[in-house]
Design a binder for this molecule. Structure first.
Ligand code: NAP
Length: 327
């Protein structure tokens, strides 16, 4: 396992983190808790210590399952969770007020069965709350020892610049994978310039880059991929053709599956961690194949050419953004 340092966290952090959104059940067509717990423990056994969760994943359920799975294993894990969303009527909205966060942190500590959160991230910027207010609340929690490091997610460089006036920012969590690369224009250079670790979410583009999907792949009721524009024809066929081409390149040049190439590609882009969502232990079986090799400059050029050739109608992950509250 490759590791890196996150300011404020003593343990080396694995460069592959387990994403537990699907483990929360909602928006992914349900989850099996016993399988989820086995997956989290399999991740720890395979050297993945970073476990990324959030209160909004299953309205507390993902955090509860993570807390249960880590009973007796807490010191082997680096727990990253989030704050700044609310669901007053079952519908997720942004709320990053100090009052909301001071309630959320206690709920998360209880659900996670721990006395500290290693990395606490603002899930989405809240346009109704000044960055100073959110940042000062997180700084307060850090000084109290309830959280060890501070991160943001889905923030632009301008928003981070403002946030950093009042808080010591260690990480940023944007969408980033072979198919969703807008951060290369702004967030990635900003993170490199300011020494922030980038936790790349959707590392497999919601399973597309696993190499296991085909044109007939069906998703269960309640699975967000039913409304994800990438998974709608005729665009879905373009992405699948790109995956096939990447699979051939990975096999012929490196003897690896496309999933390992997708993870390696993220790791080769900078101070990055790839957040890999999994809900069954067998899904993590190939994790070792991402380590111990590198993509050459020629590989990177050829990958870009393959993507441009096959994906003529690209679309980003914007459909996932939760709305703000009414002003
Ligand atoms: P992802 O990692 O791109 O894809 C996860 C899905 O890929 C899994 O649920 C699984 O789907 C499939 N998969 C995984 N391993 C596989 C394998 N070996 N073979 C076949 N299929 C496999 O997507 P993600 O979970 O959305 O993103 C990762 C994590 O990033 C999340 O869990 C969450 O922690 C974080 N995230 C954060 C934000 C944010 O706003 N901060 C947003 C999105 C995600 P099936 O189980 O259906 O097969």
């Amino acid at each position: 396992m490759e590791t890196l340092h996150i300011e404020g966290i003593a343990a080396p952090v694995s460069r592959v983190g387990l994403g537990t959104w699907a483990i929360g059940g909602s928006m992914w067509g349900g989850a099996d808790d016993a399988q989820s717990i086995a997956t989290i423990r399999a991740a720890i056994d395979s050297g993945i210590n970073l476990i990324d969760t959030a209160p909004a994943y299953g309205f507390g359920h993902s955090e509860e399952v993570v807390g249960k799975a880590l009973e007796g294993l807490r010191d082997k894990a680096v727990i990253a969770t989030k704050a700044g969303l609310d669901w007053p009527d079952g519908k997720v909205l942004r709320n990053a007020t100090a009052a909301r966060i001071s309630t959320e942190v206690e709920d998360s500590l209880r659900r996670l069965r721990t006395d500290r959160i290693d990395l606490y991230q603002v899930h989405w910027p809240d346009p109704l709350v000044p960055h100073d207010e959110t940042a000062m609340e997180l700084e307060k929690l850090r000084r109290e020892g309830k959280i060890l490091a501070i991160g943001v997610s889905n923030y632009s460089p301008t928003q981070m610049e403002s946030f950093r006036r009042k808080a010591r920012l260690a990480t940023v969590q944007p969408p980033y994978n072979l198919f969703e690369r807008s951060i290369e224009q702004d967030v990635l250079p900003y993170a490199k310039q300011h020494g922030l670790v980038v936790l790349a979410y959707g590392a497999l583009c919601r399973g597309l880059l696993s190499g296991r999907m085909h044109a007939d792949t069906a998703f269960p009721i309640g699975d967000l991929r039913k409304s994800d524009p990438k998974f709608k024809q005729p665009r879905f066929r373009q992405y699948l053709a790109a995956v096939d081409a990447l699979q051939r390149l990975a096999r012929e040049r490196h003897g690896k599956p496309v999933l390992a190439l997708a993870i390696r590609w993220i790791l080769d882009r900078g101070p990055t961690v790839a957040l890999w969502g999994a809900r069954r232990p067998d899904q993590l079986a190939g994790v070792d194949e991402a380590f111990g090799w590198k993509l050459s400059d020629g590989d990177l050029r050829d990958i870009d050419a393959l993507l441009a050739q096959h994906i003529t109608d690209p679309v980003g992950p914007e459909f996932m953004a939760p709305p703000a509250r009414q002003a």
